[in-house]
Write a protein that binds this ligand. Structure first.
Ligand code: ATP
Ligand code: SVQ
Length: 324
């Protein structure tokens, strides 16, 4: 209808009115409701621009996708997956929140949380390595967010420091869900991850995901050997991230993608001298070739490396440690 054409989309927000009644407020947001600022970054199919809501003055990052380019590159599927995934993951501080989507004749617009801290990769590069305290803080926030995703039947499939953004308080905001997998049996209670030693190949069809391959350095061995990603694949990537924060480089990196894949399936990696032993024990229990034998989330939370972490909402109120 005309709202779509004028770049407006209707979205509903529940509000409590003066006498405590919950009412639905129809908010139609469009291009003209925002004043656009600097470009924050460019993707292969997108441009992310700083924007301010003209009425509320709230700041956002608006991801703008060119329809012609998306269609030409056959990425329409990814656009829908990103929207559907973000619409499913709305109540967690560690996920970049999608507030509105709208379109005009040329583009699609995703109004997202503004992450002023940029990418975790950028911060790591400036620091060269993180100390244990910083690794523990960021590792715990990433793990808590993976736990939330998996409980809602979402496998990210491309976790890496570039996709871990930071907000103004330097807290984690995971992004880039266009290549995520939404598992059909996404009932929070039933998750195969609670059944020990289930081999990924024994998972029912909907628990396994195929076709997409993530970023070479973080790809799990099961994805390379039997083309299936499962929840444990995100925990392999998590192991690579913990290693990278402390070592300053990912565990599997070679001259080209093929050589990197060989190192992964051969589990060819070493720890640098001085790598903290407790963190080493954790990484060794995550970088396990068989996904069924890889440490599961509950056990990771109880690992000595995360001693003292109060899992859940409280840990998101903590001040981020000064990056030293
Ligand atoms: N919510 C956000 N707040 C601040 N910066 C962001 C936000 N989302 C993305 N960016 C930055 O904008 C750039 C483009 O991000 P985008 O997600 O559009 O593409 P990408 O995923 O980085 O690239 P590709 O699509 O090729 O994987 C990235 O450098 C990212 O750091
Ligand atoms: O699913 C939705 O929320 C609407 C439904 C109506 C609609 O037309 N669109 C856009 C569909 C679309 C997707 C990709 C391209 Cl390249 C062009 C149009 C969808 C849309 C609107 C704004 C932003 C994203 C999307 Cl997928």
């Amino acid at each position: 209808d005309d709202w779509q054409e004028r770049g407006a989309a209707v979205s509903v927000r529940q509000e409590v009115d003066a006498n405590g009644k919950t009412v639905s407020r129809f908010i139609k947001k469009g291009v003209r409701d925002f004043s656009f600022g600097n470009t924050l970054g460019e993707g292969s199919y997108s441009t992310v621009v700083f924007a301010t809501d003209r009425q509320t003055l709230k700041e956002y990052a608006i991801k703008i996708l060119d329809k012609r380019h998306i269609i030409k590159e056959k990425k329409v599927k990814y656009v829908n997956i990103e929207k559907d995934t973000l619409n499913r993951l709305t109540e967690h501080p560690g996920i970049v929140r999608l507030y509105y989507t709208f379109q005009d004749e040329r583009s699609l617009y995703f109004v997202l949380d503004l992450c002023k801290g940029g990418e975790l990769l950028g911060v790591l590069k400036r620091m060269s390595t993180f100390d244990e305290e910083c690794t523990k803080f960021y590792g715990a926030q990433i793990l808590d967010t993976i736990d939330y995703m998996h409980k809602r039947g979402v496998i990210h499939r491309d976790l890496k420091p570039e996709n871990v953004l930071l907000d103004h308080q330097m807290h984690v905001k995971i992004t880039d869900f266009g290549t995520a997998k939404i598992l059909k049996t996404a009932r929070p209670s039933e998750s195969t991850s609670s059944i020990p030693n289930i081999d990924s190949t024994e998972l029912p069809e909907e628990e396994r995901a195929s076709s997409f391959v993530g970023t070479a350095e973080y790809v799990s061995p099961e994805l390379l050997t039997d083309k299936n990603a499962c929840k444990a694949s995100d925990l392999w990537a998590f192991g690579c991230i913990i290693y990278q924060l402390l070592a300053g480089r990912p565990p599997f990196k070679a001259g080209n993608e093929y050589q990197t894949f060989q190192k992964i399936v051969g589990l060819e990696y070493e720890f640098p001298i001085g790598f903290p032993p407790v963190a080493r024990d954790l990484v060794e229990r995550l970088l396990v070739l068989d996904p069924a034998r890889r440490l599961q989330i509950e056990h990771i939370k109880n690992h000595e490396f995360f001693d003292g972490v109060t899992w859940g909402t409280d840990m998101w109120k903590q001040k981020a440690p000064r990056l030293k």
